[in-house]
Design a protein around this ligand. Structure first.
Ligand SMILES: Cc1cc2nc3c(=O)[nH]c(=O)nc-3n(C[C@H](O)[C@H](O)[C@H](O)COP(=O)(O)OP(=O)(O)OC[C@H]3O[C@@H](n4cnc5c(N)ncnc54)[C@H](O)[C@@H]3O)c2cc1C
Length: 448
């Protein structure tokens, strides 16, 4: 395929939510686009599946009422959301003991609760002191980027349960260790949600129709400008033109937007090579290790016992669970997340061995009924060659302060999108939309 005779304005690499949002914005502004997607589906880290009318998500699922872009799309496409079930007790299986607590307050001693309140206060204080678009330029930016979250938490917290709870919550969220990430990386993600309370609202509701309906509907609108099974292997560029190579041929355009995780941008060959600051940024970013598991039971048996289905666990493969049962159906759906080292360990087992380890852990948390779901599904995102991990990309100390500006800085005709480049709700679906729109607007300004 050679399209030189009919050069398009912009080629977009990746038909995840970010690439699709970029294409939609460009089309609305009269620009011609082609979206090249490696896989035979759109959506990237959003992947819904269904069995006998029951729909569930193996990738992104939850949204916040404060995420205005995704909420607008949900309304526009006539989709609905379900509030996350939080009634009853939640389980805190930490430091070898199982404790149950009602509401948001963990069932810990007053001293541990005081410890938790004071760390939240410390986080809120840092949020006041960093700037949301270039946090490394904030007065505290360099200092926060010199510390790991592990060092910071050890210094700030003084109770065993307080530390165990916070370590569990943040390590599950990162899909990696606190010792792998800088304080600035984590605080920036929280800052980008608007406030600490908005950050806590990230899992308030989920898209009942399956999150993949959103990329599917945008792709439907874009029609044959989205080309599936088109892996981008090489990009040749100069100030006037871009040549994008796939196995099928060469595509010519004026600009290109890469809407893929930073680590994957470094697997494409560029001619001439990219400046070292961009390449070295991508040498240092890591995607977390995560397996998302879905268990379908005859009923949500935990609800009958007055449990919410929410569990925090610091041992064994399953680190967190959450109820995702559709209120209009009778079956109970429990979601489990296996993260970090456990995800890598389970990733090397056979499918059957992995399932048994997960179900044994569910039965430890929720009793023997947990052992026998009528359906079990999982997806190892680190093994996916077009994601290589999840939920998203993170930076160890020293990276954002030295290379942060290279995350979004265009290089000639090459622009960057993807949820990792967002400054609003970065690393979430909302961030993917914001980043795609931002990159499209950058290109539109240059083309006019
Ligand atoms: C298990 C899991 C659970 C999550 N849960 C949530 C959640 O509940 N809520 C939330 O908001 N977010 C969640 N996230 C994060 C969210 O999925 C991502 O932030 C968002 O979907 C990223 O979108 P994107 O378009 O930036 O990137 P991606 O979705 O990664 O899209 C990139 C696309 O580019 C394609 N691609 C890559 N390389 C090439 C190439 N060389 N040539 C052509 N195409 C290429 C890929 O196939 C992919 O389709 C979760 C992520 C995971 C993995």
């Amino acid at each position: 395929m050679h399209n030189k005779g009919n050069q398009i304005d912009v080629i977009i690499v990746g038909a995840g939510l970010s690439g699709l949002a970029a294409a939609r914005t460009l089309r609305k502004n009269g620009k011609t686009v082609t979206v090249l997607e490696a896989q035979s589906r759109v959506g990237g880290r959003i992947l819904s599946t269904s069995i006998k009318g029951s729909i569930f998500d193996l990738g992104a699922q939850w949204v916040s009422p404060h995420q205005h872009r995704i909420q607008t799309l949900i309304k526009e496409f006539g989709l609905t959301t379900t509030s996350t079930y939080k009634e009853g007790t939640s389980l805190y299986a930490l430091l070898g003991k199982k404790k149950r607590g009602l509401g948001k307050k963990p069932p810990f001693s007053r001293l541990s609760l005081l410890d938790i309140t004071s760390i939240e206060y410390a986080v809120k204080n840092l949020l006041e002191n960093i700037e949301p678009t270039k946090p490394w330029e904030s007065p505290l930016g360099q200092k926060l980027d010199s510390l790991t979250m592990e060092t910071w938490l050890k210094k700030k917290m003084f109770t065993k349960y307080g530390k165990a709870f916070y370590r569990q919550v943040y390590e599950e969220g990162l899909c990696g260790r606190l010792s792998e990430v800088s304080v600035l990386d984590l605080i920036w993600s929280i800052k980008s949600t608007g406030s600490f309370d908005q950050y806590l609202s990230a899992e308030e509701e989920w898209i009942t129709n399956g999150a993949q309906e959103i990329p599917n509907r945008i792709a439907e609108e874009l029609g044959d400008t989205v080309l599936l099974d088109s892996k981008v292997l090489r990009i040749d560029w100069d100030d006037t033109e871009v040549k994008v190579y796939t196995e099928q041929g060469v595509w010519f355009s004026k600009k290109v937007i890469l809407a893929i995780p930073p680590t994957l941008t470094n697997r494409i060959v560029y001619h001439p090579p990219l400046p070292s600051s961009r390449d070295q940024l991508c040498q240092r970013v890591w995607q977390g290790s995560v397996i998302k598991c879905v268990m379908v039971y005859e009923t949500p048996f935990w609800r009958i016992r007055g449990e919410s289905g929410i569990a925090f666990h610091d041992d064994g493969p399953v680190k967190a669970t959450i109820d995702s049962s559709n209120p209009s159906r009778t079956e109970g759906i429990l979601i489990a997340f296996v993260t970090g080292e456990e995800a890598r360990r389970l990733g090397e087992l056979s499918k059957e061995e992995r399932k048994m380890e997960v179900l044994n852990c569910i039965s430890y948390l929720f009793g023997h009924e947990g052992l026998n779901p009528k359906g079990y599904f999982d997806k190892d995102w680190s093994a996916d060659p077009w994601a290589r991990g999840g939920y998203a990309g993170h930076f160890p100390p020293g990276v954002l302060s030295q290379f942060g500006q290279a995350l979004t800085k265009p290089i000639g005709p090459i622009h960057w999108a993807g949820s990792e480049t967002a400054t609003e709700w970065r690393l979430y679906m909302e961030g993917a939309l914001e980043a795609g729109e931002r990159a499209a607007l950058e290109v539109i300004r240059k083309l006019t």
